[in-house]
Design a protein around this ligand. Structure first.
Ligand SMILES: *Cc1c(COP(=O)(O)O)cnc(C)c1O
Length: 387
């Protein structure tokens, strides 16, 4: 069965009339690139986070946001940045963009997020930052990471590509005490602008640097400080920056998605709850629950397959018409990371064993009850079939 014939695709964006109207309005406005819609989107996102004093910068991907974050923190050659092997390559590649050394560590079996105990073992005088990933939308153990980092002046950066809207300790991810948090609006994430991301910074100097580096290193504030009205053509270039700005077309989609965030999260949480109940008692490991009181964003629903080989399970699910994925083939399995960091699977026993048996079920707000029941029925049939 080819992907477009699937009964239940792995992911679908939740796009409706509001997004269409917002995009049409932008197309007709005559202003397509970064402009009034992007400014409104940043403002609305800051209001969603609900904490004064945060610096919120729209970017054209989470990868761009992570790169800008490490640049703003001054990470460079000779520095080490600790992150997890159990993530998408973007989390680690930005460390290489800065010429710094990635130090990959294993995950915690209970959370599937970076294991603070493994981080502690790898802190050296060169360690400048730790990048946590809130895997699947379940927040990492931020208290432990911040407690490890603070005495050494190490920055904590959150790759929150899965974690909108997630909470930890009663606070939204994005308002925790890290130096930077980055969200993704890629097409299959919990909220989308097609491609896009949001960078949230705590420090005004970091924000000023990131704002300039987001658009060619252009700094308009330099002139604004001396004059009350600065003509649009007057600007200074303070560094060889990047082209990481978000278009108003994308921001328009984001403006329509934001008010739906809680409803979309509630739907995914209901699907997760249904999966948990319907799949209990099968030869499966269900995904970690959030810490008590925390909201899980449920971007992913990864299950550990015990009764049969993972690859055979995924293949049989596709044959049943169910879209599946694997999160993640860990970085220590990838040619570049294995060679560049001299990694071996034996160094990452938890990530390796999770990877070998895990597959992700579809979970997104556009799934109706019939689709959820189809997935459950397919899992039951596949696990019951003679090997
Ligand atoms: C999707 C994703 C990214 C990259 O997001 P983009 O917006 O596509 O750049 C980074 N980290 C993780 C964990 C992701 O899942």
């Amino acid at each position: 069965m080819s992907p477009n014939e699937l009964l239940v695709p792995f992911a679908l964006p939740d796009i409706g009339a509001e997004e269409e109207a917002q995009v049409l309005d932008t197309l007709r406005s005559g202003w397509l690139t970064t402009g009034p819609k992007t400014a409104r989107f940043e403002q609305a996102f800051a209001e969603f986070l609900g904490e004064a004093g945060l610096h919120v910068l729209a970017v054209n991907s989470a990868t761009a946001g992570l790169h800008l974050a490490l640049d703003a923190l001054g990470i460079g050659p000779g520095d080490e940045v600790i992150t997890t092997t159990h993530t998408f390559t973007a989390t680690a590649e930005v460390i290489r963009y800065m010429g710094a050394q990635p130090v990959l560590v294993d995950i915690d079996r209970e959370t599937l997020c970076i294991d603070p105990a493994r981080v502690a073992e790898r802190i050296t005088p060169r360690t400048r930052a730790i990048i946590a990933v809130h895997f699947g939308g379940r927040s990492a153990d931020m208290e432990s990471l911040l407690a490890l980092a603070r005495p050494h002046g190490i920055h904590v950066v959150e790759d929150a590509a899965h974690a909108l809207p997630a909470t930890h300790g009663g606070r939204l991810v994005g308002t925790l005490d890290s130096s930077a948090t980055v969200f993704s609006f890629y097409a299959n994430k919990t909220m989308t602008t097609g491609e896009g991301g949001m960078l949230v910074l705590r420090d005004a100097a970091h924000a000023r640097r990131a704002r300039a580096m987001r658009l060619h290193g252009i700094d308009r504030d330099a002139f604004a400080r001396f004059r009350s009205s600065v003509p649009a053509w007057r600007y200074d270039v303070v560094a060889p920056g990047f082209k990481y700005n978000l278009t108003d077309i994308a921001a328009a989609i984001g403006l329509a998605q934001l008010p739906k965030l809680h409803r979309m999260q509630q739907r995914r949480a209901a699907i997760a709850q249904h999966y948990r109940e319907a799949l209990a008692g099968l030869a499966l490991v269900l995904p970690p629950l959030p810490a008590p009181g925390d909201v899980h964003a449920w971007h992913l629903f990864p299950i550990g397959v015990l009764g049969m080989a993972r690859d055979a399970f995924v293949q049989a699910m596709f044959a049943e018409g169910i879209g599946m994925s694997v999160h993640y083939v860990p970085l220590h399995q990838m040619t570049y990371w294995r060679q560049f960091c001299a990694l071996q699977a034996a160094d990452f026993p938890v990530s390796q064993s999770v990877y070998e048996r895990t597959a992700s079920l579809p979970i997104y707000s556009r799934m109706d009850d019939a689709a959820v029941q189809r997935v459950v029925a397919a899992v039951r049939r596949v696990l019951a079939a003679p090997a």
